[in-house]
Design a binder for this molecule. Structure first.
Ligand code: GTP
Length: 365
């Protein structure tokens, strides 16, 4: 198999995952205690990809380098968006033009998806169709949140509509956020500034009959919103549960599936699970209940606290007798004092302190 290159788009602002994404790029969010980007590297390396260009902003590059991920034998290079100027998906692909070169087609993928797609197969389909772009397509129940493709004979895409209005999607086949581009596509993207491949380039290529689709049935999940992120972890926990032995703590109860990283301490009469991931060095007190939640590394949770369906960021401290309700997001290093109850859907920004029960406001910053 010849040498494959991939561009990973990972420089967006991840606004829908705020405030967790204020201190960590989306592509480094842990999926069952492993950064998403690490899983992406593993998948690409096993598909004969040899070189990866990470299209990021300077802060995302800093965070990725700090993580010291295994490169899995890939040659990794970075292309950085100019300061304060988001380039969008197509703009950041254009920015990678010099590094990618014009010798052959290349794979592009969003840095916020988990997929089992066969990249080699997608590449071969693209080459055989003599396409300018070939989008991996998967079927979903509600396509309106995504880019929707209408196919005609020979898997040519007749129309591509980004985020159609409710009820207006012509099919339920969506852009999986993975595609192969011919280097000729660089000529369709303006030299500088913001440009969206989904809004501005795919529809043009479809009109010129040079846009193709490749349907696949494997795993595909994106972590764009908190509920997607929780669901992705839940799905992977279910898969791992089959392979993993039952996790036990000396004096606490476990309801599988759960995943526990190293140096975790759990107190007496505490119940962990189902669907909980505990990151490194998490310390949990006595008589605590945690279910359907993601707890990042270095979190401390006091006695008699309940966490139900929430995400708690790295280094956060949750006091005793606290109730963290469904869909709450407590960002990195935030502190929740004792005896506080957090209403459903409440978000606490990084390093903020909450000392009284919050029933009405949605965000504490
Ligand atoms: P939201 O603000 O929540 O919509 O997230 P996002 O813009 O970060 O992600 P979106 O799903 O809209 O973008 C798809 C992928 O493209 C993600 O992996 C982003 O990181 C990436 N991306 C989006 N905009 C840019 C950009 O301006 N520059 C770069 N380098 N990547 C981008």
């Amino acid at each position: 198999m010849s040498y494959l290159k991939a561009v990973i788009l990972a420089g967006g602002f991840a606004t829908r995952l705020r405030p967790l994404s204020c201190s960590r790029p989306k592509t480094l969010f842990p999926i069952v205690n492993k950064p998403l980007l690490q899983g992406i590297f593993e998948e690409l390396a096993s598909s004969d990809v040899e070189e990866v260009v990470l299209a990021v902003n300077a802060l995302t590059q800093f965070h990725i380098k700090q993580q010291k991920l295994s490169k899995c034998g890939l040659k990794i290079r970075y292309v950085i968006d100019p300061p304060k100027t988001p380039l969008g998906t197509a703009g950041s692909i254009k920015n990678a033009e010099k590094l990618v070169g014009h010798d052959k087609s290349f794979i592009v993928l969003n840095g916020d998806i988990l997929t089992s797609i066969d990249y080699k197969q997608l590449f071969n389909v693209h080459v055989n169709a003599d396409a300018l772009a070939t989008i991996a397509l998967c079927k979903v129940d509600n396509p309106c949140r995504y880019g929707v493709a209408e196919l005609e004979e020979g898997n040519r895409i007749k129309r591509f509509i980004e985020k159609p209005a409710e009820g207006q999607a012509p099919t339920n086949l969506i852009n999986a956020g993975v595609y192969v581009l011919s280097p000729k596509v660089f000529d369709y993207i303006p030299e500088r500034g913001y440009c969206s491949i989904e809004h501005e380039i795919f529809p043009v290529l479809a009109k010129e009959h040079r846009l193709f689709g490749h349907m696949f049935n494997g795993l595909w999940m994106d972590i764009g919103k908190p509920e997607d992120y929780l669901l992705t972890n839940k799905f992977i926990l279910d898969r791992l549960a089959l392979a993993n032995e039952l996790k036990t703590f000396k004096k606490a109860k476990v309801e599988m599936p759960i995943a526990v990283d190293t140096h975790v301490v759990v107190g007496k009469r505490t119940v962990i699970g189902p669907y909980v991931t505990l990151g490194k060095n998490v310390v949990i007190g006595d008589n605590v209940q945690i279910c359907n939640s993601i707890i990042f590394s270095d979190v401390k949770i006091g006695n008699n606290t309940i966490v139900d369906g929430a995400i708690i960021g790295e280094g956060a401290i949750v006091g005793e007798n606290v109730h963290v309700n469904k869909r709450c997001i407590i960002a990195d290093q935030a502190k929740i004092r004792d005896n506080v109850s957090l209403n459903e859907d409440l978000a606490v920004c990084p390093a903020k302190e909450v000392s009284e029960t919050i029933l009405k406001r949605n965000i504490i910053c």
